[in-house]
Each structure stands twice: as C-alpha cells, then as structure tokens.
Design a protein around this ligand. Structure first.
Ligand SMILES: *Cc1c(COP(=O)(O)O)cnc(C)c1O
Length: 475
C-alpha cells in the first residue's frame, strides 16, 4: 500500500459505513453486500489492532483501497506459484515434485466430468479409473496395483494385513521417523498391530528375523527404506531375498516400503542406486509401497504393487475408501506413469529433467541470469540435492547466482529472501556462508528471466530498506 497522507490523528478506526461509502465510489466487483461488509469489517479490525499497538492511523482512503484490492484478489485464482531456486529437487515444503505438463493437462480435464466409474465399453458402472494402476502393473511386473492418497496411507493399509494384535517384525535399524513426526512404531500401533523389534540399530542379519517369526509371532515383515538418513561404519542390513525366503517359510508376508521408489535407474544419472519396486518384488516382497510425488515425479499419491490376492483384500478394506485419491490425482497419476511407459520420463518428468540437467548448461544459464541481475550477482559452483527423503547424502554439481551480504551481518540477506517470498512470482533461495544462493538446477529454464527480474527488484527493495540509505519520505 502506498503511503497516503493521514486524514487526522485518531485513536479509533473509522466506521463500517464510512469505509463502505468510499468503496462504493471505486466501483468494486459486483459482490454480495454481506461479503463486502465482512471484508470491510476485517480490514477495520486489523486497523484497530494496529492502532492499539501504537501505529499511526491509516487514511480512510487507504483502508477502502485495501478492501477493493482484497475483493479483486479473492475473486481471482490465488497466485501461489513459486520458483524453486533452493537446489533441492524434491522440496517437501515447496510441494515436492512439480508435475509434468501432461499431468497438469490431464488434471485440468478431469476437474470437469469424466468416465471415472463408468465402463466405456458397456456403459455400466465400472472400476474407478484404472489407467494409473494398469501402468504400475506394466512398469513393475506386479500382479496388481492400488493407488492411495499418499505412501503413508499405502503403508498403513498394507501393515493392516498383519491382523489386529498380530506381530509386525521390523529391523531396529529401520524404526525410522518418515517426516512430520510420523514414526514407524506408531504407524504399526495405529494399524492395530504389534511391533516386534529385530536386530540392532546398526546391524541386522536375515537370521535375526527367525526368532521373530517362529510360532507365528510376527505375521508380517516390514522393511522400511531409510530414505532420509544414511548409516555409515560398522553396519549390516539383510538381503531382501534372504528375509523374504525366511518370512515365507514361516508363513509371514513381506511388505517393502520403498519411500521414494525410482522407476528409472538412478545410477544412469551419476547417483547411488535407488531400489526399484520391480526389483524388490522380484526379490520376494509380497507388496511394495512408494510415493507418487518423490522420484516418480507426479502428484501426491501412494502406490501399492504386488500380489493380486493381497491387493484385493486391501481394496475391500473400509479404510481404503478413506484413503482413495480424487479424480484429479488419478488422472495426473495416469498421465505421469504414461510417460514412463512411453520411455520419455527422463525428458518430460521435471524431477528427472532436473536430475539429468547438464552442469555446463546450468552454468551458462546462471551466467545469463547473473548478468541480467547486474552488479552484486556472481556465478558460483554449488551442489544440488535430491531431497524429499530420497537419496540422502547424494549431490549433483550445479551452478548458482550468488548475492553477497551488504555489511557484516546477514540481515540484508534475510531481508532479501523475505522480499522474494512475498513477491510475484515467489522465489525461494537459500543462504550459505554469507551469501544468498539461487541454484538454477531446480529452476525451469522458461522461468530464468522471471527469476532475474524478481531478484533485481528485490535487491532494489533491499537497498532502499538499508538503514543508511537516505529516503525522502522516511520517518
Ligand atoms: C516419504 C516416505 C513415506 C511417506 O510417504 P508420503 O507419500 O509422504 O506419505 C513413507 N515411508 C518412507 C520410507 C518414505 O521415505
């Protein structure tokens, strides 16, 4: 809001009628009177709080402008898009995987009406959009597949197969916290099962599972991919195949929670090998669960692949309905997985495009962006990370635009990043060693110029806000 001269000093905000009268002269969008009055009331309530906190009064005209601005903003789709310049490819707090164009298009179409539960050949009621599940079956070699809201739901559903009060055996090295405070022992307890701990924190052998499996003590072995941390030193984890053989000999099921679950070979991109759902099924897992929005690179979803008799039981579970995704997600899942089946995932799925991006090309783009920003921006070599609980410790060489802090404390950088967080478009970078860094690996090349403009504008704001900078209208 611009600094309009204050009408008169006052301790109390203006009346609703007074602001309404000004708003009406501004020809606001045709809104219901009640909605308009509510907005005026909330703007006045905020002004009252500011006055109580000792702030100078805002002019009536500015309050009315704020009302009109909000009417227009609320009537338009919220502008939420952000440029991820953090260098974290799957950034959980930025919405994890950005969707492929094909997924966005499919979701947009599915937002209207579609044959969601109508069989196109018979015209009768049919299974809920199966295309994504058919792709999963083809991509993993599974007998059947089920799509849920997220992998946490998939995991909870699968663990429920153990049965109420029955044992679920987990290596002590895999009793992890997935994120957001969700811990494996609690997932098992909430599923109504009982945790049977196996082995030690650093070393668990296949033979350690024997004691947990004798006499049907544990009905299910759960393997959890340690996706967000890495163990080093004196460690040992059992071979999936050996555990599966032991479990099956004792009549127990094996559920393998892969977390991220890659559908392309990560080693092809210079990364450590990330287990694929197909290879874990081949190693004897009865069910494998993984996320749709980590390395798969699509919408938030959980995938369960494996034995058809078990998937059929999960489909019948009343909880499955509470965990089922909506039509938009199912459409976007089908579109994303279709790109893998077409063999074009590495070039069309943004997560893989970012992973595969050539560091020389990233450096070239970074130089152009730094040049466009002007003085104060330099190009530095950095390392990008995969993020999103995938491939912990693995990094990729990248390049970033660096902005040095003005002065000796880092406050100017905090202010710069804060300005960028409320800009349009929003830009998110990171601070490292006294510099603000904007890593181009995670930026869509089509957004390079917008990124440069946003940083340049934020630098102008930051320079103007510096205490020593003279301002004609400063107080
Ligand atoms: C991320 C993750 C989950 C949770 O998946 P969501 O799709 O976020 O619900 C579960 N297990 C592991 C091992 C994970 O890495």
């Amino acid at each position: 809001m611009s600094a309009v001269p204050v009408d008169r000093p006052r301790a109390r905000p203006p009346s609703v009628e007074r602001i309404l009268a000004i708003v009406r002269t501004e020809k606001p969008p045709a809104s219901e009177p009640a909605a308009l009055t509510d907005l005026v009331r909330s703007v006045i309530a905020e002004e009252r709080k500011r006055l109580e906190a000792g702030a100078p009064a805002t002019s009536d005209q500015s309050l009315a402008d704020a009302v009109v601005e909000r009417l227009r903003a609320f009537a338009a789709p919220p502008r939420l898009a952000a440029i991820n310049a953090t260098g974290v490819i799957v950034h959980t707090n930025l919405g994890r995987a950005p969707w492929p164009e094909e997924a966005i298009e499919a979701a947009r179409a599915a937002a209207g009406s579609l044959l969601l539960e109508i069989d196109s050949t018979t015209g009768r009621r049919g299974a809920r959009l199966r295309l994504g599940e058919e792709h999963l079956i083809a991509l993993t070699g599974a007998e059947d597949a089920l799509v849920t809201n997220n992998n946490a739901a998939a995991l909870a559903l699968a663990v429920g197969l153990a049965g109420r009060g029955r044992g679920v055996a987990v290596s002590r090295g895999e009793l992890v916290e997935i994120g957001g405070g969700v811990r494996i022992p609690e997932v098992i307890r909430r599923a109504g099962a009982r945790l049977v701990e196996v082995g030690t924190t650093n070393r668990t052998r296949a033979a350690d599972f024997e004691a947990a499996l004798v006499d049907g003590k544990a009905r299910l072995v759960l393997r959890v991919h340690p996706s967000n941390f890495r163990q080093a030193g004196f460690t040992e984890t059992p071979q999936p195949r050996a555990v599966a053989e032991l479990a099956h000999r004792h009549g127990a099921l094996v559920v393998d929670d892969l977390g991220s679950g890659a559908l392309l070979p990560t080693e092809r991109f210079g990364l450590a090998h990330e287990p694929t759902p197909g290879e874990r099924l081949a190693a004897g897992a009865d069910l494998v669960t993984f996320s749709g929005d980590k390395l798969v690179g699509g919408p938030q979803a959980g995938f369960i692949v494996g034995r058809s008799d078990l998937i059929a039981r999960l489909r019948r579970d009343p909880l499955a309905r509470a965990m089922r995704p909506d039509k938009v997600t199912l459409a976007a899942v089908a579109a994303t997985l279709g790109l893998y089946r077409a063999g074009v995932a590495a070039v069309r799925v943004p997560v893989w495009r970012m992973i595969a991006a050539d560091v020389v090309e990233i450096g070239r783009r970074t130089a152009i962006v730094a040049e466009a920003i002007g003085p104060g921006a330099t190009v530095v070599a950095v390392r990008s990370t995969i993020g999103g609980g995938s491939l912990p410790g693995e990094t990729l060489p990248s390049a970033a635009v660096a902005i040095r802090a003005a002065g000796t404390n880092g406050r100017s950088l905090d202010r710069l990043l804060a300005t960028l967080r409320v800009g349009s478009p929003v830009v998110v970078g990171r601070i490292e060693e006294g510099r603000a860094l904007f890593d181009l690996r995670t930026v869509d090349p089509a957004a390079d110029q917008a990124l440069a403009r946003a940083i340049r504008a934020a630098l102008d704001v930051e320079r103007a806000a510096r205490p020593r900078a003279p301002r004609s209208n400063g107080r």
